[in-house]
Design a protein. Structure first.
Length: 116
C-alpha cells in the first residue's frame, strides 16, 4: 500500500454504504453527554473510522444495524481531516459523503457476525 494513504475501516448497513451512513452523531440528532469535554464535542461532529477491521468488527457487534465492515483508502492529499479520537484505534473522520465515498475500497467487505 502506498505510504501516502490512510487505510480506515467503518461499520456499514449496506455495501456500498448509503449516503445516510455518512452522518455524525450530531447529524443523526443524538445529543452528547451533558458533561462532554471539548474533545468529545468535536468528535460528535465526525464520523467514525477504525485502524483495523478487527476493531471495526468489535464496534459492529454493539450496533444492531451493522451488516458489513468496509474499508476506505484515503490519500493524504484528499483534504479529508482525520484525527485520533479518545478511544484507542478509533479515528474521527471529518468528511461528507461526496468527499469520502470515492475512497471506498470496492475490493473489500467483511460480513459482521453477531455473537449470542
Amino acid at each position: 500500500m502506498d505510504t501516502n494513504v490512510r487505510r480506515l475501516y467503518r461499520v456499514a448497513e449496506r455495501f456500498p454504504p448509503r449516503q445516510r451512513e455518512y452522518r455524525s452523531m450530531q447529524e443523526v440528532g443524538i445529543a452528547p453527554p451533558a458533561d462532554a469535554s471539548a474533545e468529545m464535542l468535536r468528535s460528535w461532529t465526525a464520523i467514525s473510522g477504525w485502524a483495523t477491521a478487527q476493531l471495526a468488527h468489535s464496534a459492529a457487534r454493539r450496533k444492531t444495524s451493522a451488516k458489513w465492515i468496509v474499508r476506505y483508502d484515503i490519500p493524504d492529499d484528499s483534504g479529508i481531516v482525520i484525527e485520533q479520537s479518545l478511544r484507542p484505534g478509533h479515528f474521527d473522520i471529518f468528511a461528507t459523503f461526496d468527499q469520502l465515498h470515492p475512497y471506498l475500497a470496492t475490493d473489500f467487505k467483511e460480513k459482521v457476525v453477531k455473537e449470542g
